[in-house]
Design a protein around this ligand. Structure first.
Ligand SMILES: [Zn+2]
Length: 234
């Protein structure tokens, strides 16, 4: 749903997939920007050990998909993506807009939710030793994402406007064939930076408000027919 909603709104805003050779950066710089994704780039052993000290333990009995390979792939993709984004900021510090998709936390929640929130599963909760060892992974992963985003924001000379948005939340699930953690309807949206004043009370935000807010921050008028409204106008 979110990718359709997102695509529709971006199309209405006349933003689309990059065409041509030099949209984000000159073609000659591409190799350097994509270097983090090179097969020669080794996995970050320290990061993986921080997320889960013992990768070589037996897979938990209640998991259909091996959570350790999910964690390894998520963390490595995330780290490389954020590193490439940071390189882009250094090459193009005046780039007016940068969107970074950070999908790993979703995967980690799918694979580790039952160890983090075992009380939500009643008598179908995982084994006690799995809860003890795998329970902290979700929080550790979030700390890694948070730290990495902080790094990325610091790559700008001065504080940019930043919107962090998740298109869904998570909850326990007992019927999905693959995952015991599954999407829930409520996500989060956090906005900070020079254009956003501090508010003590949270605002109800729809996914449709994201593009109108980005357009407003950048000084564009939203086109007719666009759903949602700018958070700056509330
Ligand atoms: Zn998901």
């Amino acid at each position: 749903v979110s990718s359709w909603a997102g695509r529709d709104t971006w199309q209405l805003a006349r933003a689309g997939p990059a065409r041509g050779q030099d949209i984000a950066s000159a073609a000659a710089r591409r190799a350097g920007l994509l270097e983090p994704f090179s097969d020669d780039e080794p996995p970050d052993a320290r990061l993986l050990a921080e997320l889960l000290p013992r990768f070589e333990r037996p897979a938990p009995a209640d998991a259909v998909v091996n959570p350790f390979s999910v964690l390894r792939i998520a963390a490595e993709n995330e780290r490389r993506t954020l590193e490439a984004a940071e390189r882009l900021i250094h090459v193009r510090p005046a780039l007016p807009f940068l969107a970074v998709y950070v999908p790993g936390f979703d995967k980690v929640c799918h694979a580790f939710w039952q160890y983090r929130f075992p009380e939500a599963y009643g008598d179908r909760r995982p084994a006690a030793e799995d809860i003890a060892e795998l329970g902290p992974v979700v929080d550790r992963y979030l700390a890694f994402v948070d730290r990495s985003l902080g790094h990325l924001i610091a790559a700008y000379g001065e504080m940019p406007n930043v919107i962090v948005v998740s298109d869904h939340g998570f909850e326990a699930n007992t019927t999905h064939p693959m995952w015991r953690g599954w999407h829930s309807a409520r996500g989060i949206a956090i906005a900070a930076g020079p254009s956003f004043g501090h508010r003590d009370a949270p605002l109800p935000v729809s996914y449709y408000d994201v593009v109108p807010t980005v357009m407003d921050v950048m000084g564009f008028a939203a086109p007719d027919g666009m759903r949602g409204s700018s958070l700056l106008r509330r």
